[in-house]
Design a protein around this ligand. Structure first.
Ligand code: NAD
Length: 491
């Protein structure tokens, strides 16, 4: 059976695609057109239970004890196989998200391949701690750490960078010998399902990777996080859902890793080259139609260059090309759904009610009959708002930003840190010392200087405050996806 067949996107449990139950399904909609493109089989509680049981069985039948060199070889085969089926993954990601061809190729699917290769390298190079402990009478004990897989891991991911964020978790989880049950976003079911086929072809034992489709509450997401058979949850999504999942998991005291929302700030000092700063800022605001947790939504600009930056950014926003995702000249796709567009439109109305001046955008674009059913929105920039306005406090998750002037470095730092979130920031300056100084004062997990979205996968990644709990990336991923245990031998 194929992952996507007869118009159905299937669940994958215990090494097999499950025959869909026609009574349990929901539509998969292409956000660029609003058209229904497939049905997704929604997993019920018994199917989620089967997936967790299969994962436990895979662990117990030897996957957890597979030598590291075999696991890393498998990850490399998976990367090769995605590369061979590159166009298929690109097409699936585009249908799910409506994102432009160039982005799906250059960012999403490329990073998925890199994720598998990088974590194969990291796990292959990882060492273990050991200590010689002095005891009474001149004797010694050797203490060494043995890392064991966490066990059955629930992997819950969002829709904005579906394959990239999924493989960011799947690669280290499998590298560490875990068995996993994935619940992709209901908006973007395809690539997690295709990945099941690739993993099976690469030789992953049945049950070590399962996919259950559905929603959160009273659906596959909740069935999975409340299941007594899971040993940990890794979750990427909104802060509100993260808080809910945390409560769900708390009674059974399972480890969680949460990569949550952001309300990220950029600070632009008056020593920048305006054109370079505008290019970087535009990328940080509008990439993936603003639907990246790391996107900038607050831009603090030194008063001396405020008008120049505002004019430059408005020009960049107006030069973005919204349209057919398959056209290589298209730069910007739709929002993920009509529901999400309603939320973003609510924020556009709120900005105007709060007295914002709309520099550019602010409405729904007209793109012709083929695309008018899609969830398109104009890239939008505001001035005239302050940190007390809700627009500067809540994550919008769209192609929008508010520009606010500042006069001193201390004021800029205070404004940027005045948020409950703590995911990312970017400082734009030509003064190297100032760049380091300000970057280190940002209360965020990742603090960029003169760049944005530049990622080193061996570095720890995660957020503070409402932006998350824990770190993944590099050895931090190994720490979450395995349990270090201590063996003590008296010598
Ligand atoms: P969401 O919280 O609505 O959903 C995320 C996932 O959780 C989906 O698969 C959803 O079905 C599932 N879910 C929802 N309710 C659930 C429940 N009660 N139990 C179990 N699972 C449940 O988020 P979204 O709208 O899909 O994604 C956008 C959000 O993700 C934004 O806030 C964004 O900032 C955040 N995000 C964070 C990062 C990061 O690395 N920090 C990366 C990407 C996206």
């Amino acid at each position: 059976m194929k992952p996507i067949q007869d118009g159905w996107i299937r669940n994958f449990v215990d090494g097999e695609f499950v025959e869909p139950d026609s009574r349990r399904g929901f539509d998969q909609i292409d956000p660029s057109t609003g058209r229904i493109v497939a049905r997704v089989h929604e997993a019920d509680r018994p199917l989620v239970d089967r997936a967790v049981t299969a994962a436990r069985h895979a662990l117990d039948s030897g996957w957890a004890d597979t030598p590291v060199r075999e696991r890393t070889a498998l990850l490399r085969r998976v990367a090769d196989r995605i590369e061979e089926r590159f166009d298929e993954f690109v097409a699936a990601e585009m249908t799910d998200t409506g994102k432009p061809l160039t982005q799906a190729r250059e960012l999403d699917v490329t990073r998925a391949i890199v994720n598998f290769r990088t974590f194969a390298d990291i796990v292959a190079a990882a060492g273990q701690e050991s200590f010689l402990t002095d005891l009474a009478g001149g004797r010694q004990a050797l203490n060494y750490a043995v890392r064991k897989p966490l066990g059955v891991v629930a992997v819950i991911v969002p829709w904005n960078l579906p394959l990239l964020l999924l493989t960011w978790k799947v690669a280290p989880a499998l590298a560490c010998g875990n068995a996993i049950v994935v619940k992709p976003s209901e908006e973007t079911p395809s690539t997690a399902t295709l990945l099941a086929e690739v993993l099976a072809e690469a030789g992953l034992p049945a049950g070590a990777y399962n996919v259950v489709h559905g929603f959160g509450a009273d659906s596959a997401g909740e069935y999975l996080t409340t299941h007594p058979g899971i040993d940990g949850v890794t979750f990427t999504g909104s802060s509100a859902t993260g808080a809910h999942v945390m409560k769900t998991v708390a009674p059974r005291v399972r480890p969680v890793s949460f990569e949550l929302g952001g309300k990220n700030a950029a600070i632009v000092f008056d020593d920048v080259n305006i054109d370079e700063a505008v290019t970087g800022l535009a990328k940080s605001i509008f990439t993936n139609t603003g639907q990246v947790c790391l996107c900038t939504e607050r831009v603090y600009v030194h008063r001396a260059i405020f008008d120049d930056i505002a004019a430059g950014l408005a020009e960049r926003a107006e030069s973005l090309r919204l349209g057919d995702p398959n056209d290589p000249n298209t730069t910007t796709g739709p929002l993920i759904s009509q529901g999400h567009r309603d939320k973003v439109l609510g924020y556009l109305r709120l900005a105007e009610e709060s007295g914002a001046k709309v520099l550019t955008g602010g409405s729904i674009p007209e793109l012709g009959p083929d695309l008018d059913g899609g969830s398109w929105i104009e890239p939008t920039l505001w001035t005239g708002l302050t940190n007390t306005d809700r627009i500067l406090r809540e994550e919008v998750f769209g192609p929008v930003a508010a520009l606010v002037p500042f006069d001193t470095e201390d004021e800029a730092i205070a404004l940027a840190n005045d948020t409950e979130y703590g995911l990312a920031s970017a400082v734009w300056t030509n003064d190297l010392r100032r760049g380091h100084r300000v970057a280190q004062k940002m209360h965020v997990g990742i603090s960029w200087v003169n760049t944005w979205f530049t990622r080193e996968l061996r570095s720890p990644f995660g957020g503070m405050g409402l932006s998350g709990i824990g770190r993944e990336g590099g050895e931090s991923s190994l720490h979450f996806y395995s349990e270090p245990t201590n063996v003590c031998v008296q010598l």
